[in-house]
Design a protein. Sequence first.
Length: 337
Amino acid sequence: MRHRVQVAETGQSFEVGADETILAAALAAGIPLAHDCQLGGCGTCRVKLLDGRVSYAEFPMALTPEEESAGYTLACQAQPQSDLVIEPARAQENVPEPMRCTAVVTAVSDLSPLVTGLTLGIPDLSAIDYRPGQYMNIVLPDGATRSFSMASKPDGNRVDFHIRRIAGGGFTETRLPRLQAGDTLDVELPLGSFYFRAQDYRPLLMVATGTGLAPIKAMLESLMDDPDCPPVSLYWGTRTQTDLYLHDEIPGWGERLYDFNYVPVLSRAEAGWNDRAGYVQNAVTADFADLSEHAIYLCGSPEMISAAKSAFIGRGASLDFIYTEGFTAQQAQPVAA
Ligand SMILES: Cc1cc2nc3c(=O)[nH]c(=O)nc-3n(C[C@H](O)[C@H](O)[C@H](O)COP(=O)(O)OP(=O)(O)OC[C@H]3O[C@@H](n4cnc5c(N)ncnc54)[C@H](O)[C@@H]3O)c2cc1C
C-alpha cells in the first residue's frame, strides 16, 4: 500500500511505496532530505513526525527511545504505516556544494599502530571549502565510497585525515598501507551536516571515541584564537593508552581555546593508567549533573553515540543541541544516493 508524505516546512509531498523508506522515496522524488550513512547509524536523517505512524524492519541504532517518544524517526529506516506529515529536525544551513575531484597524497604517517595520518592536496583548487566537522568520500574503482572526516580546519588546498585500520577493510587495510606521496584518489567533498553551529552560543561538550576525534579537532582548530570561543570540554574515549594518538598534543590546544578541559577515558585501561577509565559517556555523566545549557557534539562509534544521547538527555540535554556523526561501516552502503 502506498502512503503520501508531506514536508511541513515546504509543503512538498511525495508517495512512498510498500516496504519503501521515507528517505528513499524522498530522494527518488527529488526532495533532498539531509542524510549520510543510510544505515540508521548516523542519525543525520532524523525527522519529526507531526502526523502518522511508521514501522522499521529493524529498530535503528541512531534513534534513542527518548527521541522516539519525542516523536522523531529516522527517514532512512522508517516505513510509513499511514499518510505522514514530517518536519526535518534540522534545516541544512548554507554549506558548500560537494564536488568530485582528484586528490593527491602529500603525506602518510603512523599516528598509532592502528591509526594512519593522511594528508591530501587538491591541486585544482586554491582552497578547499568546507565546514569544520564535515567529511569526504573516497570513491573506489568500483564506484563504492568510503567516508573520512576532515581532521584539520580549512586552510588552503590541503587537508588532514585520521584513518583507523579495519581488519578486512577494502580501503583501510588493502589500499591505505600502500599509498605514497604523489598517488591520486578520486574524492567527493565536502559532505555531511556534522559541523560547528556558532549560533548556539552554548558551552561545548565534545565526546569522541577513537578517530571520532578527527572532526572534533577540525572544529576546535577553527575556534582557536576566536574571541567568541565558548568553554570547551573534550572527552576522548579509546580502548588503551596506545590508542590515544594525539594525547600529548591535545593539552596544548588549551593555550589557544577559551577554558578548555580535556579528559581522556580508557575502556580497557592497562596497569599504570591512573586517569579515567570505563565508557566515555559514563565519565561525562559522572562529571555533569546538568547538561541543559550545553551544545553537545558526539562522534565515533554508533554504540557510544546511542548510549551517550540517552544518558545526556537524562541529564537535561536538549535534543535540539545534540549533533552526532556515527562512524558506520560502509561495505553495505548503497552506491548511489
Ligand atoms: C560520515 C563518516 C565519517 C567517517 N570518518 C572516519 C574517519 O575520519 N576516520 C575513520 O577511521 N573512520 C571514519 N569513518 C568510518 C569508515 O568510513 C569505515 O570504517 C569504512 O567502512 C572503512 O572502510 P574499509 O574499506 O577499510 O572497510 P570496509 O571494506 O568498509 O569494511 C570491512 C569490514 O569491516 C567492517 N567495518 C568497517 N568499518 C567499521 C567500523 N568503523 N567499525 C566496525 N566495523 C567496521 C565492515 O562491516 C566489514 O565487515 C567514517 C564513517 C562515516 C559514515
